[in-house]
Design a protein around this ligand. Structure first.
Ligand code: BG6
Length: 257
């Protein structure tokens, strides 16, 4: 589009695709660290990219976070006949209500006139509770949907920021910082090379499951998330990931290269 050429964002998209070695990058103008409106624009760009990827039947796993919440706000009903089912990718990752995946799936279903399933799992579960939870019919049903998932939409966070936001215990924070984790996505903490340093033990989508998902969209921006974004998408080298980000993160990623 003309606007994009004028702002040079298309050029930046090409550069970032090469740096991150991923299939597709969509960049919106501005830096969401500095301006809340930019997060809304990432939400808009992500929502329209999701709609482009919709087929007749859609089973969509999403994570929590303020960025994915912004995506929900921008979704609209589909024009064609579409079956759309939203569900949380993983349960109990310690978010406040507005940023919880459970809240966001309900919102996405409402906006698209689709359906949703919740995943009720407490934040920290013991071994015993964990093994009986996965046998619960409602949870089992959601876990089975993961196998047929057609799309994953997830946020990315700075590792230490996310560990603190989740009120992680001191010992685990130590493990995360000793392991030099820089990025976090769906409860996995990654170092700069994309190695898993720590993983929140919860029910739902596991890293391995991503391999079978045809469409994966990561949505995260702000210069402060540049290292996190690189760490998270790095472990997916050669795999299909669509990154929706902003100019702030993109410029920083180019600078760090
Ligand atoms: C959390 C996800 O809900 O949101 C994390 O579980 C993600 O995996 C985080 O990193 C991102 O949050 P935000 O508010 O920065 O978009």
């Amino acid at each position: 589009s003309v606007m994009k050429e004028v702002s040079g964002l298309e050029e930046l998209e090409l550069q970032l695709r090469a740096i991150l070695n991923i299939e597709e990058v969509i960049i919106v103008a501005g830096d969401s660290d500095e301006n809340e409106l930019v997060k809304k624009e990432m939400g808009r760009a992500c929502a329209s990219r999701m709609k482009k990827a919709f087929s007749t039947d859609n089973i969509i796993a999403i994570t929590g976070g303020s960025t994915v919440a912004a995506v929900a706000e921008m979704l609209t009903p589909t024009v064609d006949e579409r079956n759309i089912m939203f569900f949380p990718a993983r349960g109990g990752l310690g978010e406040n209500v507005q940023s919880q995946a459970n809240t966001i799936v309900a919102k996405m279903a409402e906006k698209t006139m689709g359906q949703y399933k919740l995943l009720h799992v407490p934040d920290q579960v013991s071994d015993d509770v964990y093994s009986s939870l996965v046998e619960e019919p409602a949870i089992k049903e959601t876990l089975e949907m993961i196998q047929q998932c057609s799309m994953v939409v997830h946020g990315i966070g700075d590792a230490i920021t996310m560990a603190k936001r989740r009120k992680t215990d001191a010992e685990t924070i130590q493990k995360i910082s000793d392991g030099q984790a820089v990025g976090e996505a769906f409860g996995y903490y990654f170092d700069a090379d994309g190695n898993v340093v720590h993983k929140v033990r919860t029910i739902g989508l596991q890293l391995e499951n991503l391999e079978n998902v045809p469409c994966i969209i990561a949505v995260a921006g702000g210069a402060s998330k540049a290292k996190a974004i690189a760490a998270v998408v790095k472990q997916r080298q050669g795999r299909k990931t669509i990154l929706v980000t902003d100019e702030g993160a993109a410029n920083e990623l180019v600078r760090l290269k």
